[in-house]
Design a protein around this ligand. Sequence first.
Ligand code: ADP
Length: 497
Amino acid sequence: MTKYIMALDAGTTSNRCILFDQAGRICSSAQKEFTQYFPKPGWVEHDPEEIWCTQLEVARQAMANIGATARDIAAVGVANQRETAVVWDKKTGKPIHRAIVWQCRRTAGYCDELKAQGYTEIFRQKTGLVLDAYFSATKLRWLLEEVPGARARAEKGELLFGTIDTWLIWKLTGGKTYVTDYSNASRTMLFNIHTLQWDKEILKQLAIPACMLPTVQPSSCIYGVSDPSLLGAPIPIGGAAGDQQAALFGQVCFSPGEAKNTYGTGCFLLMNTGGVPVFSKNGLVTTIAWGLDGKVTYALEGSVFVAGAAIQWLRDEMQLIKSAQDSEFQAQKVPDTNGCYVVPAFTGLGAPYWDAYARGAILGLTRGVNRYHIIRATLDSIAYEVCDIVSAMEADGGIRLTALKADGGAAANNYLMQTQADLIGAPVARPRCVETTAMGAAYFAGLAVGFWESMDTLLANGGVDRVFQPSMPEVERQKRLKGWRQAVGQVRMETAL
Ligand code: ADP
């Protein structure tokens, strides 16, 4: 009898491994950070070999912690930082360059060129995405253009491209399995989310050889088995999904209209829209949530670039708080923000504004505004940003959000969660197990091998830690939202300052 599912959570700053039992409980975990490379302003890279070694190390450690062997593990599931691009040599397994990370802006100029040539709508219709350097396509093109000899080698079929899921599964299977799942493919800006194939026209436009792209598979299926030398015996690899989609699944948002928001460095709000892709008129992207049981489920997604990072800014640059946790206590030393708004547009504004040139501001300052008001206004800004996305989603989907499921580091902040419920006018539920990303990966893998029988059995797992009910009078809510909209209006820019 196998006892566990192994989830590999390959994040942006660290890799984690969690072993879950059948009740969805965490039995063991291990985590390790890896190096972030910033070769130029706005550029971000990772070493793919380091990502692999760290991931393997934490997997072995999570097993060792509880004396688990490969025979105790029914399957492995992978959840990964999305969009990050790796290219490696098919024969030697050596990456030809460091991975270009999703945050990296190096191809922004090329995206501007494509936009000027009128490609925005074509990309949006085919891929569901906003034409932006955030997604993998232009990163891969950059590697082919800039690494000497890369294009010729790619055309000869010597090189492989992958997002982190593909890279890790290829390494785990000793180079035998070259796959990605629908959710990760949908973040490359090379994948047609209607035909469920790599889009030939886009590949031609970006001059990307189709032979360097992985086979796209469901998020829950047996892709292959791990090389026996790695974990002691072969283990089926049964699940893969991008981290945000995995969290949506981990939060059991299985029905259309269900949504989760992850409060991390940034915020990622995803709403299940069922079997049809809903196209946004309000600055959201359309993406594949997962492929499961012969069907694809779509999601609408809104991403906010700076959320928990604004709390780090309060701590590190402004030195107004000692720790991120401290913000909860400090914010409640005052009854309101005294009319003050913080707009943390440090790297521009993401969804629903997509204003690359906006910058942050503190507005509404009067003589009586003190540090506590600013701390409170910064926490509020996270809730307002999420509110903007909820409004955009409601407008696009023509439905009213009935509840929001929260996770991520900053979801631990009770003041923030209550403010969020008040501002969206709907309950916010925080799960008992906040490791929803890893949980989603485990669920996909466990379903593939029958460790869990069906999605219904998963509904019994997990459970809620606390539900925050909205309690703000509607007049007050509208007044505050109006103030926020005015504040955002003040920081918007057409061009750089
Ligand atoms: P990521 O996965 O993006 O690295 P996490 O989900 O680990 O992020 O969350 C970390 C972020 O949450 C940090 O930006 C931190 O400032 C913020 N954070 C953590 N705890 C709190 C808290 N109690 N209140 C507000 N923000 C918090």
